[in-house]
Structures are given as structure tokens and as C-alpha cells.
Design a protein. Sequence first.
Length: 279
Amino acid sequence: MGIHINRWQKIVQQHHEQSIKAQKNSLFAEPKDFWKPLTGFFTQDPTRTSDPEINALLTYIKENDTILDVGGGAGRLALPIALKSKHVNIIDPSKGMLETLTNTAEKFDITNIQTTHSEWLDTNAKTATVVICAHVVYGIFEISEFIDKLSLHADREVILLAFDAPPISWLSPFWEFVYKEKRVAVPALKELMNILWEKNIFPDIEMIQPAEGKRRKRGYDNIEVAVEKIAPRIFVSKGTPQEKNLQKAIKKLMVDTGNGLEMIDKGPERHLAIIRWLT
């Protein structure tokens, strides 16, 4: 096993161990379907035309292509792709996400999809022309096996999407305020590229610019909503000292703009990469 794979696994293991410790300290009982309450964050109009991410993806998709969307969740990317391809199979371990996807597909009369409730490494899905995996790999411990299976299931190419910082990195200031320790950040784009090169995969990379003025805002109507939404993301239970710390963190890290609470320090802009290789 290569040095970069070992380094990736070490970081992911440290991140997971830190999460388990926090859950125990906060008496947090993780729900069976962690992602179900978060489906609203991943539900968008499949017919949208101003999304740079989906527009860039569609340049690589042909009308007769079949697609595997690994970790496709509520269909934020899968459903727009289904409108421009032959068939999409969305594989995801969250029943809640897949139920939301199915409801949205029915609403927009999208019928050329199927859903598979499974972890990627456990699935027996058939191959497809293109395998897409967007914002999934960050916390995967078995990263080498995960990538190998992506390649084996792609008849033409694999397309990964990844940020240069993990999507959950914006939660780190809250974590550090609540638990009084620095949050271990999962690997992201730089580490992923090192893994691919170590595996003798030399992909094409396209950096995607967000639409002008479309930087994603992290905002909530009030402090009660902020606590409700942030707490499960950092394993905070109701009525605990950690919840009181979270309330203090929100007051310190967020400001009332008159239209709700937003982060005072929004941090650096994340950069998105589309990573492609032929199989």
C-alpha cells in the first residue's frame, strides 16, 4: 500500500475516532439514517440551467449514455443528468435521500432512473457508460478499493467531483468552540489527486468557477433554528453542556443581518474540481 493511501486512511481514522468520542461525551444517539433530516440541502430543481456544476458535467454526457451515480443522494446531480441521458442508477446508503429523489423525479415526470439502497463497496450494480461520484470520497477509509470499483464499473469513464476543502469544513469553528479541540479535517482534492497518481491514474482536471454572486450562504432564521440544524452535524444532544456551548458559539460566530443569522467569517471560497479518467 502506498504512502498517500496510508496517510489518507490515517486522517480518516482520526476523524472518525474524534467523532465517536464526541458522540459519547454528548450522549448523542446517531440516527439509523443520518442523512434523512438533511435531504432539503440536496434537493434542487432538475430543470435548472444556471448551475455551473451541472452544466460542466453535462458536457461529458451523451444522449445514449447510461450512468451510475455513486452516493447520488437526493438526486441533485442525477436528475438533471437523467434528462440528458438514457438511464441513471443512483446508489446511496440513505433511504431518506433516495425517497426524496424518487418524489422529486415523480414531480418532474423523470422516469429513466432507478435507485439502489446500498453502500458502494457492497453493491452488485451493473456497469454503466459513465460512473459519477460527487463529494463522497472525503471520509472513505477504503479509498483504494472504492476507486478501483468505480473504474471497474465504468465502460467509458469515471467522473469525480471534489472540493479543495471538505464540504463540512465550515462546521469546524463550531466544533472547536463546543469540544475545545481542533477538528480533524478529512482529506479533500489535494490528497485525492495524490491517491490517484499513486494508483497510476492520471486524470484530466477541470476547475469550475461558481456563478457570479452565487456563493453558498450558511444562514438560519434564528438561533433556535441554527441550533436545531447544526447540532446533529456535530453530534450535540439536547439538554447537554455541549448544546449550551453550541448556543454560545452561534452567538459569537454568527451575526443577525436582519434576514436571519449568517457566519461573520465565511472563510475562503472553496474551489471545485471535475476529475475524469477513461477506463
